[in-house]
Write a protein that binds this ligand. Sequence first.
Ligand SMILES: *Cc1c(COP(=O)(O)O)cnc(C)c1O
Length: 398
Amino acid sequence: MPGFEVFGNEERQQVNDVLESGVLMRYGFDGMRNGHWKAREFEQAFAKRMQSAHCQLVSSGTSALTVALASAGIGAGDEVIMPTFTFVASFESILALGAVPVLVDIDDTLTLDPSAVEAAITSRTRCVMPVHMCGSMADLDALQAICDKHDLILLEDACQALGGTYKGKPLGSYSDLGCFSFDFVKTITCGEGGAVITNNEKYKVNADQYQDHGHDHQGNDRGAETHPTLGYNFRISELNAAVGLAQLAKLDNILAIQKEHYTILRSALIQVKDVSFRRVPEGGEENYSFLNFFLPSEETARKAHKALGEAGIDGCFYWYTNNWHYINGWEHLRNLKSLGNLPSEVHNQMQDLNNCDFSKSDAWMGRTISCLVKLGWSKEEVARRAEKMRSAIESVIA
Ligand SMILES: *Cc1c(COP(=O)(O)O)cnc(C)c1O
């Protein structure tokens, strides 16, 4: 997944363009900036690559989720359905708006189980937020059908699946709104950064204004602009955008390398009896940033994870006991440990997460191991790694 592995002269050159003018901000200073508009250029190139009408660049993936929700008018008391397996940013962005996260089970796609989503819908539900974890996607047709039936917004968190596709569409572009992260460990990086994509004109205008204090961005005198609504500051800096512009040009090459390495690792593990792979919904293609597989039981998964570590195979994750990606590790959310008071809507409507039954999620996550696919491996390294992984896993199953 990490675009930082291919950081080089192209990124340096882009950043230098900005440093030479000294205009580190994405708006204004037209005369000083030597014609460089890195954030704007990135937005146009990214929208095109994602086959979407609009892209709004922001300061992080978490900001992207917050801005996307806000642009669709989601606020206090609105319920947003999200999975038990994701990054903490999902509930952070929802709570930041005073909205209420509703956690539901995942299935063998390791993303939202459509039947669990349907069962969680109430009169306050406004949005369904699938998270395309570890390079692969949710069953988007099924989720879209549910959203159509109940008049809900579908928002894809594609932060970990940039470049994957579903039924010919880039992940993130299928639904009402798509979000991406360009933090330092993502498929492409800006250092810190994120993006919202949409085909909806109203969401586009709302996102543009909300991420910059409500500025209407009309005319060329920033101080004279009006503020049609309240906003906030989720802007990206021109320096970060410049890095991302160079990285975006490398995306297709990154994806090709990931696919090659992933395919070698998978063909080794497919030989192991009782190892199976995460289900990719029909019509979907992963971005190949992780190889995700199931061991026959929680016990063998724990042992396999340990054996992989002992064999020197780095970058293999057992999310089930991880602090950041699964409900088991979110003690702060379960007990609503916030610095200040949370809105009463959140207190009144939140599930009692300490007493929810997520045994269906547990059954999948307890058996799941995900291995990061790196770009820098040589052909020999990948082959050696594949062989070591196969024998380490076989040693705990036999
Ligand atoms: C990284 C990530 C985010 C948040 O992105 P930041 O840029 O780190 O704020 C959100 N969702 C998922 C699934 C992620 O992996």
